[in-house]
Design a protein around this ligand. Sequence first.
Ligand SMILES: *Cc1c(COP(=O)(O)O)cnc(C)c1O
Length: 385
Amino acid sequence: MMKKIPYGHQYITDEDIQAIVEVLKSDFMTQGPKIAEFEQAFAKHVGAKYAVAVSNGTAALHISAMALGVRPGDNVIVTPLTFVASANCVRYCGGNVCFCDIDPDTFLMDLNKLEAMLAAKPKGYYKGVIPVDFAGYPIHADGLRQIADRYGLWIIEDACHAPGATFLDKNGKKQQAGSGVFTNLTVFSFHPVKHVATGEGGMITTNDPELQYKLRCYRSHGIAQDSSKLRENRGCWYYEMQELGFNYRITDFQCALGLSQLKRLDWSLECRQKIAEKYNCAFADYPQIKTPFVAKDVYHAYHLYVIEIEDRKGLIDYLRANNIFAQVHYEPVHLMPYYQDLGNKRGDLPVVEHYSQHCLSLPMFPTLTEKEQDYVITKVLEFIK
Ligand SMILES: *Cc1c(COP(=O)(O)O)cnc(C)c1O
């Protein structure tokens, strides 16, 4: 039997290891030069003015919600098809999470349903919206921005699945996820299954200088990061904690790894495209398998390759028995017991509920070999025949 094939896996090269070792031999383990270097390289890569690196993607979401001023009782619209962290960041600030169902083809937040939600309440009832570039499919952020502007909403784009993804805006111009052109803040994660892996790690990109300053303060206890902003100055040792922040810092050796990994991001996206094409071809003649829809103007980052199938449980069990660890992304967030206890229930969001009973993520990572992928395809087809 094949060795275990997971749905996602990090790829660490000797060059990556060398980059980490160099930092460990230097004077800085944390708060050294590699952090700014990684931030600048990442901002450049996604086309944003600023990037702020933090300890993980969840921390990035939390201080993003803080920086946009989420307060107890504020209503924020979130997609239910995501990892729980996209919604939890609102709860950390005491806000209410209001779920908006997904589009059955793209699996992204359904903008028609979003508009209907917004129109049903007085302006100002909702403060912001948190869409997710699910599986690596970028939201058309220009369209969302138009809606958000009409209703006075801020946007935090959760692009943890989508560094490097692009789409064409209404003028036919290529736009990158996280460029800061249409969203207030965009959040990324560097968890090992994500495109760029640093163990734990996260990044926020933006074009707004005030927001990036706030994020830098919140990342480090709420301590003022700019001496011109001090209320007084008692001397060279002096620092001021002006708001309640956290220790959400990332280390220098993680940023060195991130820098090294970032150099391979474009290559890894190409690998993912090829793997997706091969799956698409292999399943094209089998209507029992619904393969991912991708609009022509979209460059998909393929964090996940999701198929939909009637007997999902049967297939997942069959694949596991053959050492293929397919996964479900995701059980809908509104049906997590915590969110059910807050008043959400089955039946609230029929599209995502149907999707989540049939979806399955097949192995998708740059170092998946042709032999391994052939084996996965064979086992899937064996099951459905
Ligand atoms: C991974 C992920 C997160 C959380 O990132 P961590 O770095 O694990 O905290 C948030 N949202 C989405 C969509 C993710 O995939």
